[in-house]
Design a protein around this ligand. Structure first.
Ligand SMILES: *Cc1c(COP(=O)(O)O)cnc(C)c1O
Length: 428
């Protein structure tokens, strides 16, 4: 579906039934696939033919949905994973090994920060974290001879900083490595990082793509633009023979467009098995069919709620890139032309006590550790995810005790604002 608008790709991309075939994506609920001869199956194991043999590596239902996500992001190949965490791990580990180094924005999802800073460090992969506001000089200084990738989030969860994708892509390319961007919050409806120079895009499909709080999942999309062979010394896994597949060289055999995802499927899925179930992929696709209709409403509600909160006397400050007062507003206008997302964070002057009292009174917004759902939800880190920390420790890491993150759903914005207003009134 090359020549159609992204709205049409959301509805019809990825799966194109033939005459008399099911209109909706079939759920191929089968672990395994049958072959007439051992020769036929042998070709699959040699990566000489494409096809399915075991759903830990690939399943047709998952591949239809991955193909749709590749079309939405403007990439050449994609794969689904069991979660967003698995997507980011695979995207990095596909080109890193013990002794490698990653440059990452410090403003990223806590789970991804732990993955890179703690768990991948145990594998011998080190990282340097840089401010999303780093200058070219500061970025250049973060690179080492063993740097293999740069990582950032288009809109960071939960800090809501906006990544200067072009600046980060240029820095990565000056040092001969790809930029990997987690595009979970804007989705390809509001930003397509590949158009700004990103090489690999990842998603927690658990969030807006699914959009209904139904299935945990992830996705990786390759732009097909990074020339691995031009930097063959840095990427031996792609540019040297894989002994576990009879010595094929991914970058040569599958080319720039296919090497990255083929290697991630053939090696990482084979060995780690973080695969998405066909049932989840089917449900994810139902979400994707309305992504282009839902995202504008999430943004409309987020903008309205942010503007309302900014005027309330109980509110210390509001973070939302769509606000003219926001530090990242200019970057949001550049990269997020259609608006960013429905997640807004704000700090209550009354601190932890006020946040607790406020959230207890909410009737529409539910208290959840989730975001990007059709139903509005909110969270006070000080009394939930970060409750082991003192007010002083919280302030030091930029999460004041009164901070509330609200993920605006698809309800009527007047109702959301009325709910917030009555809850705020209760803490006066
Ligand atoms: C939630 C999230 C993740 C992790 O995704 P899971 O599907 O929960 O594993 C990664 N990145 C971002 C930006 C997220 O919001």
């Amino acid at each position: 579906m090359a020549n159609v608008n992204i709205n049409t790709k959301c509805v019809q991309g990825g799966y194109h039934p033939g005459n008399g075939e099911p209109r909706q994506i079939p759920i191929i609920q089968s672990t395994t696939f049958k072959y007439d001869t051992s020769e036929d199956m042998g070709k699959l194991f040699d990566l000489e033919a494409t096809g399915y043999f075991y759903s830990r590596l690939q399943n047709p239902t998952c591949d239809y949905v991955a193909a749709k996500i590749a079309e939405l992001e403007g990439g050449t190949a994609a794969m689904l994973t069991s979660s967003g965490q698995a997507a980011n791990f695979f995207a990095l580990f596909n080109i890193c090994e013990a002794g490698s180094h990653i440059v990452a924005s410090s403003s990223i999802y806590g789970g991804t920060f732990n993955l890179i800073a703690v768990t991948m460090a145990k594998m011998g992969i080190t990282a340097t974290f840089v401010s999303p506001d780093a200058t070219d000089e500061e970025l250049d200084a973060a690179f080492q001879d063993n740097t293999k990738a740069v990582f950032g989030e288009t809109i960071a969860n939960p800090a809501l900083t906006v990544l200067d994708i072009e600046k980060f892509a240029k820095a990565a390319h000056r040092h001969g490595v790809p930029l990997i961007v987690d595009n979970t919050f804007p989705t390809p409806i509001n930003c397509r990082p590949i158009e700004w120079g990103a090489d690999i895009v990842t998603h927690s499909t658990t969030k807006y793509m699914d959009g209904h709080g139904s299935c945990v999942g992830g996705a990786i999309v390759d732009s097909g633009k990074f020339d691995w062979l031009a930097h063959a010394d840095k990427f031996p896994g792609l540019c040297q023979p894989d002994e576990s597949y009879h010595g094929i060289t991914y970058a040569e055999k599958f080319g720039q467009a296919g090497a990255f995802i083929t290697k991630a499927t053939a090696q990482l899925m084979r060995d780690f098995g973080c695969t998405q179930s066909p049932q989840s992929a089917f449900i994810l696709n139902l979400g994707l069919e309305s992504l282009h209709v839902r995202m504008p409403r999430h943004v409309e509600n987020g903008q309205a709620v942010a503007e309302f909160l900014e005027k309330q006397p109980q509110v210390d400050y509001v973070s939302y890139p769509g606000l003219a007062s926001n530090k990242y507003h200019a970057l949001a206008e550049k990269y997020l032309g259609n608006g960013g997302c429905g997640v807004v964070s704000f700090n209550l002057k009354g601190g932890r006590k006020a946040a607790e009292a406020f959230m207890k009174r909410l009737k529409i917004a539910a208290i959840e550790t989730h975001v990007a759902d059709a139903r509005t939800c909110c969270l006070n880190p000080a009394t939930s995810t970060h409750r082991q920390m003192t007010d002083e420790q919280l302030a030091a890491c930029g999460i004041p005790a009164g901070l509330v993150r609200i993920s605006c759903g698809l309800e009527d914005k007047e109702d959301l604002i009325a709910d917030l207003a009555q809850a705020l009134a209760g803490i006066e």
